[in-house]
Ligand binder design. Structure first.
Ligand SMILES: NC(=O)c1ccc[n+]([C@@H]2O[C@H](COP(=O)([O-])OP(=O)(O)OC[C@H]3O[C@@H](n4cnc5c(N)ncnc54)[C@H](O)[C@@H]3O)[C@@H](O)[C@H]2O)c1
Length: 388
């Protein structure tokens, strides 16, 4: 077993950066990892960007030709974070070069390409995965566990949605994900692949689908700001039947005002129901239909299971299992605000005077308990100065 795993990272947009962050921070999240991982090289389409990224994140190799990393004997794993239409050729080359492959979704842009690379991967014996990261959210893992344990019984139906607002502004130039020539499809590929995978993961294989694509704005600004005819679905609505007989609907759309990263699903079984929303990522909602209804509701109703950050070992000890999703982000912002203040040589907030006020309140509260009466803060010290 290799203890040093080195990664050749292809693409450093939103996902390249995300993957690099994950590799660099694994050691904080998982105790006593038996392996070490590092980014060996980064490849983007711009020489200047590759160099800048490599310098900033201490990556030894920077290039614009993926073959440099695909043929680097120091690279064990090829991590593909490029636009969809490039995945197929890169996977084939990476497997031929004897690398393991970590590939962003969707795997390819046609089913025959995907079947071919799946066969090649199997024959190669290399470890390959497609990044359907939502499977690894704690509430999704818990949902899978409850389903496996039979807690909701035979699955009868489901519904799932993934909504964004990124196509609501017709004046905003289209990105490559809105261009079928690069994305290979539209929102069905971009958001739909995640949702289809979740239903497949939780409920089983699909048998038949009925799909309806939607283009909300047939003309919009193109990638270079030119007048452009939209060629990829901006919304997609699907009715689905699974091999098990379960039926449901999937809606994915980037035409939704008010949406952020609104992924949600509900699975309904003979014995209960499950619901999850990525915008409320700490909880899985479980309805146990074996609870008997009684006066005043008894114990009936959805239970909010606090999955939070309770990952199984060796994860789950950092951040603390009870720390809600997003908690660590507040710490990162706090550190940034402070370091930036030091850099700018201006006072940071909250300052020590703020800390002292909180201290005073706590002291007054203890004193109040001791004396069994109200304590006015002015009894303890001068009130804090008003800030300008
Ligand atoms: N799992 C998720 O949550 C998630 C989220 C967003 C995107 N994705 C997927 O990740 C992949 C990348 O998406 P993104 O949002 O990071 O895109 P992006 O546009 O932000 O970044 C793409 C990167 O690829 C580089 N690139 C383009 N063509 C290349 C080539 N031929 N060789 C090497 N580099 C090339 C670009 O320079 C850029 O650095 C896509 O397949 C997308 O579907 C997954």
């Amino acid at each position: 077993m290799k203890q040093e795993l080195r990664i050749g990272l292809l693409g450093f947009g939103a996902m390249g950066k995300t993957h690099a962050f994950c590799v660099n921070n694994l050691r904080y999240y998982y105790s006593d990892l038996p392996f070490r991982a590092a980014i060996r090289g980064v490849c983007t389409t711009s020489e200047e960007k590759s160099r800048r990224v490599a310098e900033k994140f201490d990556i030894p190799v920077a290039c614009t030709d993926e073959d440099v990393l695909l043929h680097d004997p120091e690279v064990d794993i090829v991590d593909i974070c490029t636009p969809n239409r490039y995945h197929y050729e890169t996977i084939k080359k990476a497997l031929a070069a004897g690398k393991h492959v970590y590939c962003e979704k969707p795997l390819c842009v046609t089913a025959s390409q995907a079947r071919e690379v799946a066969e090649l991967a199997k024959a190669s014996g290399k470890i390959c995965t497609v990044v359907f990261n939502n499977r690894h959210l704690a509430p999704v893992m818990r949902a899978a566990e409850l389903i496996r344990e039979g807690r909701i019984g035979r699955i009868l139906s489901f519904s799932a949605e993934y909504l964004h607002n990124s196509c609501t502004d017709v004046l905003r130039p289209a990105g490559w994900k809105q261009n079928r020539d690069i994305c290979g499809g539209g929102v069905l590929f971009d958001l739909g692949s995640h949702v289809i995978d979740l239903i497949y993961f939780l409920c089983g294989e699909f048998e038949a689908v009925y799909g309806m694509p939607q283009i909300g704005y047939p003309r919009r600004k193109g990638m270079k700001g030119e007048e452009w005819e939209t060629n990829a679905d901006e919304g997609f609505h699907m009715l689905c039947r699974l091999k098990s007989g379960a039926m449901g609907s999937i809606t994915v759309s980037k035409l939704i005002h008010g949406a952020n990263d609104d992924l949600s699903f509900a699975v309904y079984g003979e014995k209960g129901s499950l619901k999850f929303s990525l915008m409320q990522p700490n909880f899985l909602y479980f309805y146990d239909a074996t609870e008997k209804p009684s006066a005043l509701g008894g114990n009936c109703g959805y239970q909010a299971i606090e999955c939070v950050g309770r990952y199984p070992a060796p994860g789950g000890s950092f951040p603390a299992p009870k720390a809600p999703s997003g908690w660590i982000r507040g710490h990162v912002e706090s550190m940034y605000q402070f370091l930036n203040s030091v850099y700018l040589e201006k006072q940071a907030a909250p300052d020590f005077a703020d800390g002292a006020h909180v201290q005073l309140v706590m002291e007054a509260a203890y004193l109040s308990a001791e004396q069994r009466g109200e304590i006015h803060l002015s009894q303890l010290a001068a009130p804090r100065e008003e800030k300008p």
